[in-house]
Design a binder for this molecule. Sequence first.
Ligand SMILES: [Zn+2]
Length: 306
Amino acid sequence: MTFNPDAEIQSGNTRSGGGGGMLPRGGGGGRIALGGGGGCLLLVIVIVFTLMGGNPMDLLGGGGTQTEAASSGEGGALEQCSTGEDANTDDKCLVQGVVESADSLWAQLGPDSGIEFREPQAVIFSDQVQTGCGAATSDVGPFYCPADQTIYVDDSFFGDLQSRFGADGGQFAKMYVVAHEYGHHIQNLSGTMSKVDHQETGPQSGGVRLELQADCYAGVWANHASTTTDDNGVTMLQPLTDQDIQSALSAASAVGDDHIQGDVSGGQVQPETWTHGSSEQRQNWFMTGYQEGTVEACDTFGADSV
Ligand SMILES: [Zn+2]
């Protein structure tokens, strides 16, 4: 899938660099207490919602409402990103473009589903970033922080998605990643996120169902993406091709827990530890969302088995 070169993707909601000037705006996100290693102080962090099973201790601490606004000169609006053409050639602009397209869609779907819709923020960072959920490194992978309602994508991840995790490198593989994190924002607004027991793991756990629902919401966006419009009414994306769907499925497979535990990390596949679902589960729920195109189709919590 590519952006319509003439579409306008300008936005003040997507920025680069650290979290300069970001103030947490409240919202969901239960707190969990984790004992720091080696007799360190008890750290209190706010849960983040990642694309794949990262180590929450990759969050370096801080967090909650005590986040310091980074005084970075590096951050700021993505001035190079104004049209769909830019989104087709620059991955930072791609992130901004997907967020803008998803804003357009969920501003309609959200209220229809009883969700009071608000646009999320997005930040593209290098190496490390300050967030409303604490400081995070790029090791954690793309994530959503409910405390500041912001999607975080580190700018080296799309390369890793292909070279380390084995996605096919298509544009739509990257778009799926952004749309998944956007799905967590919808779950935050709907209140679903705060109802889940985040300690539970395993293929049928609440945490996995939450992740699979975010995959399904990414599919819902894919279903509607080519009809989303910019502020001038111009269509933002071109119709999906079969190859686009293959790219999305390759990404969903690449970030499956079984694939990461086995093929990527070279370890044992341990289903009881899963937090995001297998490659097959993730592909299935993306496709459910894509084929049905409705929020209702993504009721992973109501399904007997996911
Ligand atoms: Zn996720």
